[in-house]
Design a protein around this ligand. Structure first.
Ligand SMILES: NC(=O)c1ccc[n+]([C@@H]2O[C@H](COP(=O)([O-])OP(=O)(O)OC[C@H]3O[C@@H](n4cnc5c(N)ncnc54)[C@H](OP(=O)(O)O)[C@@H]3O)[C@@H](O)[C@H]2O)c1
Length: 296
């Protein structure tokens, strides 16, 4: 059986969604959506679909989702989040601004809409993990300028942070990121040098790591937190391991911390609600189930 046949065989005519990537075996999305399907008593499935990074393979995916009656949509992970854009019927404003789609929803008329829920997930996790945090509390520092940073920077600007300090190892990427999301008349986005990251923490109310540093198999994030106010919230979106070196150091000095698993769980909510028509919440029980799936 090819992967499409396997997906259909598992669904057995029931409504389904799936995670699409290349590779896709590592994704934890089936665990988090599977939890909600079971919790809500929905007779549906959420599977994995490996799709090669070629335009014709993505066209096959789009055609499959459209012609299969019970297909409700999919999530997209690397390397498809950008290449899918021209193949969809419509892109919602948030995804268009970020320039990437992580959720595809089949609408009632059978057309496919691309959405991006990473910013929603980031903000919901922050509000959940650091109750009372407000964008207006003070400057936010964002490390990294990759795909995840785009969604987070757009979200923090929309949330109204008074000052956003951006830092990345490769300076060209962070300048592009700053320019992409800064209104022409705005002076509240500041590009700092990567080597000055310790000083950039002075007076900050929020520190977010969106680099892959600290992730299993990657070098640690080398960052002295000495200048960071104790009242600042530290958010690391890396979720393997759950307690990164950054979070451990921040927690030890009394900063409130938000981990990447929380963002991962929250970013799944809008897709699930659109596909299966039920409002869901992130719970400690789901967190335990997905953490166990991660081997954490
Ligand atoms: N929790 C969630 O829901 C969630 C969602 C999305 C992503 N993530 C996690 O976020 C991380 C980034 O994902 P992404 O998709 O944004 O990746 P990406 O587009 O590949 O970006 C990687 C970022 O890490 C930086 N980086 C990598 N190696 C570095 C090093 N040795 N020194 C300094 N900077 C380095 C890169 O800097 P350069 O530009 O200099 O290369 C870039 O800014 C991953 O760990 C991913 O698992 C979590």
């Amino acid at each position: 059986m090819n992967p499409y046949e396997t997906l259909l065989a598992d669904a057995r005519g029931r409504p389904f969604a799936c995670i699409v990537g290349w590779p896709v075996e590592h994704s934890r999305s089936p665990a988090l959506h599977g939890f909600w399907l079971k919790q809500q008593g929905i007779d549906g499935t959420y599977g994995r679909l490996p799709v090669e990074p070629r335009r014709d393979a993505l066209e096959d995916l789009v055609s499959f989702l459209k012609r299969t009656p019970h297909a409700r949509g999919c999530n997209l992970t690397l390397p498809h989040k950008i290449d899918i854009l021209p193949l969809l019927d419509q892109i919602d404003p948030a995804a268009a601004r970020i320039g990437a789609v992580n959720t595809v929803v089949k609408l009632d008329d059978g057309t496919l809409e691309g959405r991006n829920t990473d910013g929603f997930g980031f903000l919901a996790a922050l509000r959940d993990g650091a109750p009372g945090w407000s964008a207006t509390d003070g400057p936010a520092v964002v490390l990294g300028a990759g795909g995840a940073a785009r969604a987070i920077v757009a979200t923090l600007i929309d949330a109204g942070v008074p000052e956003l300090r951006l830092l990345n190892r490769t300076r060209d990427s962070v300048i592009k990121l700053g320019l992409a999301f800064t209104p022409e008349d705005s002076r509240n986005v500041v590009i700092e040098r990567w080597d000055d990251r310790t000083d950039a923490l002075k007076g900050a109310a929020l520190l977010v790591n969106t680099t892959s540093l600290g992730m299993k198999g990657q070098p640690p994030l080398d960052l002295d937190l000495g200048q960071l106010p104790k009242a600042a919230v530290v958010d690391d979106i890396v979720y393997v391991p759950l307690e990164t070196g950054l979070l451990a150091a921040a927690r030890a000095r009394g900063n409130r911390c938000v981990d990447g698993l929380s963002m991962l769980l929250h970013q799944g909510r809008p897709g699930f609600e659109a596909w299966f028509g039920r409002t869901v919440t992130v719970s400690a029980e789901q967190r335990r189930a997905v953490a166990a799936d991660l081997g954490a």
